[in-house]
Design a protein around this ligand. Sequence first.
Ligand code: SAM
Length: 287
Amino acid sequence: MNLHYKKERGSVILNKKEWAGEYQTNNVFIAFKIKKKIFEKQSKYQKITIYDSIELGRIFFLDDVVMLTEKDEFMYHEMLVHPTMGQLDSPKKVLIIGGGDGGTLREALKYPIEKATLVEIDKDVIEASKKYLPFTGKSFMDKRANIIVGDGAKFVAETDEKFDAVFVDSADPVGDCAVLFSEKFIGDIHKILNKGGIVVAQSESPFYDFVVVKDYLKFMKKYFTHSLTYLGFVPTYPSGMWSYVMARDMEIGIPKEKVKGLKYFNPVIFQAAQALPNWMCNTLYPI
Ligand code: SAM
């Protein structure tokens, strides 16, 4: 069999000049061979680092955690956005919490919406994405993009605007992101959705962080009549098995493929993505 790469053998002593990576747990480390570091800055909130890598294009880290790679980010952003946008009838206004790289914004703007409001706490992430991650950052130039620098939880609690969809594109539930995994945050989102509106959030790796998946679904069930967890592949996220949780106050339907040229999402894959392994559904669905 002609593999696309020659597998090295034996353990690798990582030379810091050649490799960059992330501790996915305290005992599991993923490493990427890099060409060069192209940006690094300690912002008010976190360390922002962007590399050019040999195999995966640009890689964007926050506090040494992978946020996206150029090669696989479409898998995450398409599965966060299109299962929702594909089942809403002519959505006009969407809200994105976090998502400072612009990938979720790019996918939402593929629909004929009037406005996409994005609330990102760290303006340095937006500026670095515009400059060094053009494949996602160019979405900030769209005239329908309404960019707010601030805390997403505060915005959701205080806004009197209503939205057809809310996308929670947070990082891991630590630091400033922790509040985006709280029950109150979901309750506040429930208040700002239009009738039939949908909220969807990334809910971490079921393989390593199943408690987050469980809690997020529990919070959704507390406020919405219908909710579900679905899966997607993101090769460079911890375990490569990723989860999303979706909720609305009406039956969750089968999305249509309203946008051409998508590389991951299609209506059938969303249905398949709801089929969960026994160890997940045995715990999640008695909730
Ligand atoms: N897709 C990535 C993932 O799943 O890890 C995360 C996307 S994005 C880079 C996450 C963003 O959330 C970061 O830019 C971070 O600055 C932002 N963020 C963290 N806490 C926030 C908060 N309370 N309000 C708004 N944005 C926040």
